[in-house]
Design a protein around this ligand. Structure first.
Ligand code: DOR
Length: 414
């Protein structure tokens, strides 16, 4: 199968390419990028006036299988990701059972093979059941295909367990992705908005452990200025640390969101305007390595309760590009190529995806076509995701995904 994407503005963050070009796809790969490619005997996709970018890569989603299929499935989640412009995502292990044995991972891989329209990379648990008590067999999980280790949803509080995780990271050359939350503190604050300290004290600890043991630390969903500063400082001291920021943490704050609404309840919480601005500044300074959604779909009833009892999380995969383009490019004047880099090439590097995140001959034809002029409104009832839980409801955004192509096949079209 040969497809020509005609006249799109091809942006490739790795090489810095930003020009109107044609792109030829042969089977599942990019064959060439040229000013004029013959459309003879080929399917044509007209991208006139549109951006052609590498497909987005999300290092942090919750797809809920196995065990929480009433919140999301691989079938619905992968299609929601495709609608968001994503061609590869890393799914977190806080499922039931957790992604903590080769058997569970094997069953999930079979489900992905059967039901997913995009690439899904499971993240293996650091401890059994994500309980923080007994370590999993990290080498066995690696051999089952995991590209990262995490207890996401929880912090691995035992520092000795974290040392073992960093030892595995060093040996296997995969990152440890950390959820930073001091549970000793937050357990006493049930129903309250967790303070910045609950995050940054754990970030400090993990940076120190990574510096001591080696391996690679990837700090998930950074939300405080103290954490961002510490990560930058560690990096200048040659600690192998990277980090991601979620759209809700750079777009929302106590200034524009009802902090008592269960729809804005997320962990880590939406912060002060000062912290939101610090996330924007960190992106501008190049301290942030990836935009990751922490897509956390929940059934309606788990949010239709009081704040204390509501689930943490935002269904964010379908709003990520609009929120990022509106907030970072339009409102904050950050160059588009930089934002696309945080959505594509940089997360590919962190996640070890060698054939993705780049528009060059030989790479997988994982692409997204974007309409930057399109203005649209967030209406959660139109989400493909089972999770309609969004604090962005009703918001006007600019920048829309019009087509997503995974390995040469269109998996979403507006
Ligand atoms: O808000 C959150 N939701 N934060 C997490 O760390 C976990 C996630 C979930 O699994 O729902």
């Amino acid at each position: 199968m040969e497809i020509v994407i005609k006249n799109g503005r091809v942006i490739d963050p790795k090489t810095g390419r930003d020009e109107i070009m044609d792109l030829l796809i042969v089977d599942d790969k990019i064959a060439c990028i040229q000013a004029q490619i013959s459309t003879d005997q080929r399917e044509v996709i007209d991208a006139n006036g549109m951006i052609v970018s590498p497909g987005f890569i999300d290092l942090h989603v919750h797809l809920r299988e196995p065990g929480f299929e009433f919140k999301e499935t691989i079938y619905t989640g992968s299609r929601a990701c495709a609608k968001g412009g994503y061609t590869s995502v890393f799914c977190m292990p806080n499922t039931k059972p957790a992604l903590d044995t080769k058997e569970t991972l094997q069953a999930l891989k079979e489900r992905i093979q059967k039901d997913s329209v995009i690439g899904i990379y499971p993240v293996g648990a650091i401890t059994q059941g994500i309980k923080g008590e007994v370590l999993t067999d990290h080498s066995e999980l690696y051999l089952s295909g995991v590209k990262a280790l995490s207890d996401d949803g929880r912090t691995t509080m035992n520092p000795d367990h974290m040392r073992k995780a960093f030892e595995a990271s060093k040996k296997l050359n995969i990152p440890v992705m950390t959820h930073s939350e001091d549970h000793d503190l937050t357990e006493r604050l049930k129903g309250e908005i967790y303070p910045p300290k609950a995050e940054y004290e754990i970030v400090y600890r993990d940076i120190n452990l990574c510096a001591e043991v080696g391996g690679k630390l990837h700090v998930s969903h950074v939300s405080t200025k103290e954490a961002a500063n510490a990560i930058n400082e560690a990096r200048t001291n040659h600690v192998k640390v990277t980090c991601e920021v979620a759209p809700h943490h750079f777009a929302l704050s106590d200034k524009n969101v009802d902090m008592t609404s269960t729809l804005s309840k997320v962990n880590p919480p939406i912060r002060s305007e000062e912290d939101r601005k610090a996330m924007i500044a960190a992106i501008k300074l190049g301290w942030v390595d990836a935009i990751a959604t922490d897509h956390a779909p929940h059934e309606a009833s788990s949010k239709e309760t009081n704040y204390e009892n509501a689930s943490f999380g935002i269904s964010g995969i379908e709003t990520a590009f609009g929120v990022s383009y509106q907030t970072l490019v339009i409102d904050e004047n950050i160059p588009l190529i930089k934002v696309l880099s945080l959505l594509t090439y940089q997360p590919a590097q962190i996640g070890g995806l060698e054939n993705e995140g780049v528009i060059e001959a030989g790479y997988y034809a994982n692409l997204v076509i974007l309409d930057l002029e399109s203005k649209w409104q967030v209406i959660s009832n139109q989400f493909i995701s089972k999770g309609k839980n969004t604090p962005f409801e009703g918001m006007q955004l600019q920048g829309e995904v019009v087509r997503t192509i995974y390995r040469g096949k269109t998996v979403y079209e507006r």
